[in-house]
Design a binder for this molecule. Structure first.
Ligand code: SF4
Length: 256
């Protein structure tokens, strides 16, 4: 079932939208804040606080949408002499935020606009990837459809990703796009050490062994991990598990 109807989001205006991130790829973040409210903590939340864009966690969890995003995108694409190879949604918010269909609708409109210009997108969410993304007439490029997934345990999710979609829903939405012939990805970061949460990575990997690409990395920005002396050996072992699973299932593998 869909999320309950929320009231319309507050709007902000921006002067620019499409940019090249410090990580070297083009991004669009058409929302300020994120109701998923991850507590790892969320790096985007830390940065928004640092730059004075939000005053506290409660404000971060009340997203504001960029009302002029599509107009900006039209203008910026018209001005670009060289089109980006790919655009990522999103680096500092979530394109399919649970409980905010307005965000998802704008994300789809942005992907549609970029695809119309021949620019493929990579999408990453802790929400539910919409089934519409399978529609090749509306989204003709080879987009990559990704979910973040660091556990299968709902108690873990409630503690660390309280506003995000249940894990089973994320996987089901991804599977639907895979079955429709779309390219899929699982982003396993920040993967918890046993000091944070005890679980078996191979069970998680088995659930998503249908995907095209897996990215794995550890848990940063949390003193509980840097204090944990065994974490280095633990992550070495987990990386090896990821590599061997990927090799077995012919999945593209990337470990951080
Ligand atoms: S889903 Fe992403 S942007 Fe949103 S709170 Fe979690 S880590 Fe931050």
């Amino acid at each position: 079932m869909g999320d309950p109807s929320p009231k319309p989001l507050d709007r902000i205006e921006r002067k620019s939208l499409l940019y090249k991130s410090g990580l070297g790829f083009h991004c669009i973040n058409h929302v300020l804040g994120c109701s998923h409210g991850c507590r790892y903590p969320c790096y985007a939340f830390l940065m928004a606080g640092h730059h004075g864009r939000v005053s506290d966690y409660a404000e971060w969890c009340r997203p504001r949408i960029v009302g002029n995003a599509l107009a900006l995108l039209d203008r910026e694409l018209a001005r670009k002499r060289v089109a980006p190879h790919n655009v990522h949604l999103c680096l500092t918010t979530d394109p399919f935020m649970v409980g905010h269909p307005e965000v998802g609708a704008m994300s789809l409109a942005i992907v549609e606009r970029l695809n119309r210009s021949g620019i493929p997108c990579s999408l990453l969410t802790k929400g539910r990837l919409p089934a519409e993304l399978a529609d090749r007439r509306r989204f003709p490029c080879d987009n990559t459809h990704g979910i973040s997934l660091v556990s299968l345990d709902e108690d873990f999710r409630r503690e660390w990703e309280p506003g995000a979609a249940p894990y089973a829903d994320r996987i089901a939405a991804l599977r639907r796009l895979h079955d429709a012939g779309r390219r899929t990805l699982v982003h396993i970061e920040p993967y918890p050490t046993p000091g944070i949460f005890e679980q078996d990575l191979s069970v998680l990997l088995a659930e998503v062994a249908f995907v095209d690409h897996i990215y794995f990395s550890g848990w940063n920005y949390n003193p509980r991990v840097s204090r944990d002396r065994a974490s280095e050996a633990f992550y070495r072992q987990q990386r090896s598990t990821v590599r061997s699973t990927c090799a077995r299932h012919k999945i593209e593998c990337e470990v951080g």
